[in-house]
Design a protein around this ligand. Structure first.
Ligand SMILES: Nc1ncnc2c1ncn2[C@@H]1O[C@H](COP(=O)(O)OP(=O)(O)OP(=O)(O)O)[C@@H](O)[C@H]1O
Ligand SMILES: [Mg+2]
Length: 207
């Protein structure tokens, strides 16, 4: 089925992405780009269900906990907007969050901190991955979601991947009717990535 093929393409990109290093980039990017293009142009075969926002956070944090421990970066779970549910494909949203946590870990030196949290917002539920790491200079912020875009400053040189993770995260988030944005006060000042998803149920005050 065409739809299944496209969904597989996105999963395949992510899987390839995880194993990719800079040395392998030249031979693999063409295939990755084609597959990402087809996912962007087509539709995602999402298997949605109603999921508590806090469960999404917990599962993602558990999946990444060991990697954080190994590097000596503290991963904390902030408020989880627990009374609200989002209608998502849990596997795909995990892919988005794991991607963001992986970036945060890569760009945060040992001794730093990353927080995963969710809050109710006008647009639904806003899930934030905030790190205390390298940060992103203003001129790069609008471009980090472009495929293959990497900020190649002194700090990040040699530690990056293929520059496709955020492009995939954007396709998957927008496929759920949500949006994703990056914020940073500048180089050296940490970064936040905010994924806003449409929410079900009332917006409880103060969450
Ligand atoms: N938390 C972050 N802090 C600082 N810079 C970041 C952060 N997340 C992403 N970036 C910058 O945005 C660029 C694009 O991120 P993206 O996830 O698309 O690619 P990547 O992590 O380099 O490679 P890949 O995800 O394909 O392994 C990164 O190369 C990095 O320069
Ligand atoms: Mg990445």
């Amino acid at each position: 089925m065409q739809g299944d093929g496209r969904a597989d393409a996105v999963t395949g990109i992510a899987a390839a992405n995880r194993g990719l290093d800079r040395a392998g980039l030249a031979v693999t990017t063409t295939g990755l780009e084609e597959r990402l293009c087809s996912a962007e142009a087509g539709w995602l075969d999402l298997h949605v269900s109603e999921v508590a926002a806090c469960d999404l956070l917990m599962v993602a944090a558990r999946a990444e906990a060991l990697a954080f421990e190994a590097k000596g970066v503290r991963l904390t779970l902030g408020p989880g907007a627990s009374a609200r549910t989002v209608v998502v494909d849990p596997d795909r949203m995990q892919e988005v969050l794991v991607n963001l946590l992986g970036n945060a870990l890569r760009h945060t030196p040992a001794g730093g901190q990353v927080q995963l949290s969710a809050r109710s917002s006008a647009g639904g539920v806003a899930i934030t991955v905030r790190d205390s790491g390298d940060g992103i200079a203003a001129e790069h912020l609008p471009r980090v979601f472009e495929r293959f875009y990497r900020v190649d400053d002194g700090r990040s040189r040699g530690v990056g991947g293929s520059g496709i993770g955020l492009a995939i995260a954007r396709v998957l988030t927008e496929g759920h009717g949500g949006h994703i944005r990056a914020e940073s006060a500048g180089a050296g000042k940490g970064a936040s990535f905010v994924v806003t998803l449409p929410a079900r149920g009332p917006d409880p005050k103060g969450r």
